[in-house]
Design a protein around this ligand. Structure first.
Ligand SMILES: [Zn+2]
Length: 457
């Protein structure tokens, strides 16, 4: 290992320059005039792989190309697939940037540029760790595959299709994604869970036109009144969702997981104040972090009905509608939520209302067992590089590509974020700490070594 560490030190400056070169390419996937820049970013990455001795393919699809690379196959070693994305978010508002977004500038040990943290800086750490292994040892301790895409920021539609059609090519024992954050500076985290989602639109129709609320009030069901009653029936005062069978599949937190979450250095007061609130709320019997990461939710995301202009207009609206989202936890099937919701709605919908429920999108939650040997190995690698063992966290949101990998390849993704919460991903003045960059390369070097030790285990 000594010589790989030496290699990293000797080449540290060049690695930074290579990162800056990549950051100079304005590969904004949302901007259709940037196609050539996206292509340039893909080719730059392909060049990195070629130079270190990996077989590389640029795969043309409907949108920006995929870059696929593969280390020389060695029998008996685990296969690891690294995912990353080379596209970036738009840069507006430009006047909020201290230095131009595509002129990487180092201030205070951090490089400022669009894509620095999300995700060019993070993905490059795994490329550079592979380089160090190949240069010093002539081989990697695992079979390594890379799949890099250029449309993560606009929905990953081509990659999602590609996964389904290329199971053999992408077959692996473990997926590594670095496109997120540490828990705090110097405090690495492994994300063990993502919530899923099921979204709907509920439309209630009453009389065939808006009615005078004086002439007709009291004789017909008002769709807006009905909507309020129906929505209220979906969740009780303790925050417990009232759909039939909804909780049957919910994977409860184990005592050990609850203890782990309780042990995280989470400042509830700061969280509340940051939101401008005087109280937090949620399902009774659970802590804020449990509610945020590991419990299902029901939320009304939008409400429409009746007169919304200035002053009074006394009507019974003909129609009322709401957009609904359920965040799901591990083991809940997003396809079961619609039927359960329909059953509940049929039960509580008052007479005189025609009801329509539109299914929107759904994704299952992701749960990674901490007993997973790859997760244990990753924890060792992170502890070595950061000098602190990782904390195991969850995410309240969904990362659709993680679910796509899980469905398509039957393999879970290890989410090892190298960034910081204040890196301004998607915002002006995006940055990435250069010490995080180098530390993450060291962690990645160890990662392959620890994974290699799982061979035959
Ligand atoms: Zn990203």
């Amino acid at each position: 290992m000594a010589t790989i560490d030496q290699y990293l030190e000797t080449h540290a400056q060049r690695f930074e320059q290579e990162l800056f070169d990549l950051l100079r390419i304005p590969s904004i996937s949302a901007d259709t005039t940037r196609k050539a820049d996206l292509r340039r970013a893909a080719e730059a990455l392909a060049g990195h792989f070629r130079r270190i001795g990996l077989a590389v393919e640029i795969i043309e699809g409907d949108g920006p190309a995929l870059v696929y690379a593969q280390s020389p196959r060695q029998e008996g070693l685990p296969t690891v697939l690294v995912y990353g994305h080379y596209d970036v978010q738009p840069v507006e508002p430009l006047d909020k940037w201290t230095t131009p977004p595509f002129e990487p500038t180092v201030r205070d040990g951090k490089v400022f540029a669009r894509g620095a943290a999300d995700d060019k800086g993070q993905l490059l750490t795994h490329v550079k760790s592979a380089e160090a292994w190949m240069a010093v040892e002539g081989r990697l301790p695992v079979n390594l595959k890379f799949i890099l895409e250029g449309e993560e920021e606009v929905g990953s539609s081509y990659l999602a299709k590609f996964i389904g059609e290329n199971r053999e090519k992408l077959a692996c024992d473990c997926i590594v994604i670095s496109d997120g954050n540490q828990f705090a500076p110097g405090q690495p985290a492994i994300t063990c869970g993502l919530r899923g989602i099921a979204c709907f639109e509920l439309i209630l129709k009453g009389p065939n036109r808006d009615l005078h609320s004086g002439s007709f009030g009291g004789t017909v069901t008002n769709p807006a009144n009905a909507l309020a009653r129906i929505l209220a029936a979906l969740i009780d005062a303790d925050g417990v969702i009232q759909l039939p069978g909804f909780h049957d599949d919910v994977l409860p937190l184990s005592p050990a997981e609850r203890e782990q979450l309780a042990g995280l250095p989470f400042d509830e007061d700061h969280y509340m104040r940051d939101l401008g609130l005087t109280a937090l709320a949620g399902e009774r019997g659970f802590t804020t972090l449990e509610r945020r990461w590991a419990r299902p939710t029901f939320d009304v995301c939008g409400l429409t009905s009746g007169y919304q202009g200035e002053g009074a207009k006394t009507i019974i609206p003909a129609v009322a509608s709401a957009k609904l989202s359920f965040r799901l936890v591990p083991r809940q099937d997003p396809h079961k939520i619609g039927p359960a919701l329909r059953e509940k709605l049929a039960e509580v919908c008052p007479p005189g209302i025609a009801m329509e429920l539109v299914d929107m999108h759904g994704t299952a939650a992701v749960h990674l067992s901490q007993d997973n040997p790859f997760m244990q190995a990753a924890a060792k690698a992170l502890e070595h590089a950061f000098g602190a063992p990782p904390v195991f966290t969850r995410e309240g949101g969904s990362i659709p590509i993680v679910s796509k990998f899980a469905q398509g390849l039957g393999v879970d993704a290890l989410l090892l974020g190298w960034g910081q919460d204040d890196d301004n991903a998607h915002s002006p003045n995006e940055k990435f700490s250069l010490s995080d960059f180098h530390r993450a390369i060291r962690a990645s070097v160890r990662l392959w070594e620890e994974f290699g030790r799982l061979a035959g285990a």
